[in-house]
Design a protein around this ligand. Structure first.
Ligand SMILES: Cc1ncc(COP(=O)(O)O)c(C=O)c1O
Length: 409
């Protein structure tokens, strides 16, 4: 019989736009004993987590809780719960994850209107607002931080316009939450979905989400409690012939919020160890302080960019819309980007990312997120990258990258 080796993952320096290194305190939290999902000790941890997520999202929304699944599960839960087949959904796209929003909305039966922006830049908010005025969609779905291109879309003006025009605004803040400001209430965002495995430095497997009363009102119209859970006092809205229940059971926010409320509807079995991880990850973030954390991400970005430019490399994309936590580097002509990545990982244990679609083979993407976003990692990376580039025949000025980063510190 085949025997299998004991699990022994190599220690890595992970500088991709996710997943990133996880704080040891989060890993330790995941090894704590399991509690039953209705044990008052566990439901108290759930309530703590909701309170912490409100602070993280900077919101007073009642609803802030995680969806069990990877980040796209949060996006899918938001869209499938809000979109009634035939609803008009506007998706401004400036990279791969805008297409993901389009893809999910389409599968929910939306009538799609898309706007496309050249990859490497973002939308002038006025362009999006003009499209909202023209199209009058029910919902706008947009990415805040686009990891495929390393860009960030300003949202405050779009949020204000959506509120004025009574349009629901759904935001993918998967890459930005916990790394750069996400102002749910101040920017008037109706639904915001975050990611665990990026700036929160928690393993992939939960997607924190928040939504306000405007969104709740819409999804409650489509609420249907599953048959085996109904009691004589469960309200039934199914007598209305136009009633269109939410088309997913797993991602039904109307039932999930009952699970996260004192009702404790017995929906799914909560991911106990992941909840411990998320709670510990967000606890650590709030203890660091959001502003201090954002400043740390900006400092490491500055040091990284200075180092790369001092080496003679050029950065990809419009500098005005650069996303702090993802730095994209143009692969010099004639250089095999994958060979560089392989050597960085194989010889130095450092992982950076390639890219997708039109940018495949054209840029490297370097993430400086959460626990991975440290002086040690940036300096180790710059030193190793220089060595690897020299091996690949790129004429870099020896020592310049690390020295430029040190100057920033
Ligand atoms: C901006 C953005 N949105 C959504 C996703 C999808 O997340 P997941 O792979 O966790 O489902 C990602 C993942 O890389 C992302 O970067």
């Amino acid at each position: 019989m085949k025997t299998y080796a004991e699990l022994a993952p190599s220690p890595r320096t992970i500088l991709t736009p996710g997943p990133v290194e996880v704080d040891p305190r989060v890993l330790r939290a995941m090894s704590m004993p399991i509690l039953g999902q209705f044990d008052p000790e566990f439901t108290a941890l759930m309530n703590d987590t909701m309170g912490m997520l409100r602070q993280l999202f900077r919101t007073n929304n009642e609803w802030a809780y995680p969806i069990d699944g990877t980040s796209r599960s949060g996006l899918e839960a938001a869209l499938v719960s809000l979109i009634e087949p035939g609803d008009k959904v506007l998706v401004p796209i400036y990279g791969r994850f805008g297409y993901l929003l389009q893809e999910i909305a389409e599968r929910c039966g939306a009538v799609l209107v898309t706007l496309e922006q050249q990859w490497g830049s973002v939308f002038d908010p006025e362009e999006v607002i003009a499209a909202i005025r023209k199209e009058r969609p029910d919902i706008v779905a947009i990415v805040h931080g686009e990891t495929s291109t390393g860009r960030i879309q300003p949202l405050a003006d779009i949020g204000r316009a959506c509120r004025e025009l009574d349009v629901l605004l759904v935001v993918d803040a998967v890459a930005t939450i916990g790394g750069v400001p996400v102002e749910t209430d101040a920017w008037q965002l109706d639904v915001v979905v975050g990611g665990a495995q990026k700036c929160l430095s928690v393993p992939s497997g939960m997607a924190p989400i928040t939504y306000n009363a405007r969104a709740e009102q819409k999804l409650l119209k489509r609420k249907r409690v599953e048959r085996g859970l109904r009691t004589t006092s469960t309200p039934s809205s199914t007598s209305d012939p136009l009633f269109a229940p939410i088309r997913s059971n797993y991602f039904d926010l109307s039932q999930l919020q009952d699970y996260w409320s004192p009702l404790r509807l017995n929906h799914h079995t909560e991911m106990t160890s992941m909840l411990y991880a998320l709670r510990e990850g967000v606890r650590i973030i709030l203890a660091e302080g959001l502003e201090a954390r954002f400043a740390r991400h900006r400092l490491q970005e500055q040091a990284l960019m200075a180092g790369l430019e001092a080496m003679g490399l050029s950065l990809y994309g419009d500098p005005a819309s650069k996303l702090t936590v993802v730095t994209c580097v143009n692969i010099p002509p004639g250089v095999d980007g994958e060979s560089v990545r392989d050597m960085l990982l194989g010889k130095f244990g450092i992982e950076i990312a390639s890219s997708f679609g039109p940018l495949k083979g054209r840029i490297w993407r370097i993430g400086t997120m959460g626990y991975s976003c440290s002086t040690k990692n940036v300096l180790h990376f710059l030193g190793a990258f220089e060595a690897v580039l020299v091996r690949h025949g790129v004429p870099v000025q020896a020592g310049a990258g690390v020295q430029a980063a040190l100057d920033v510190y």
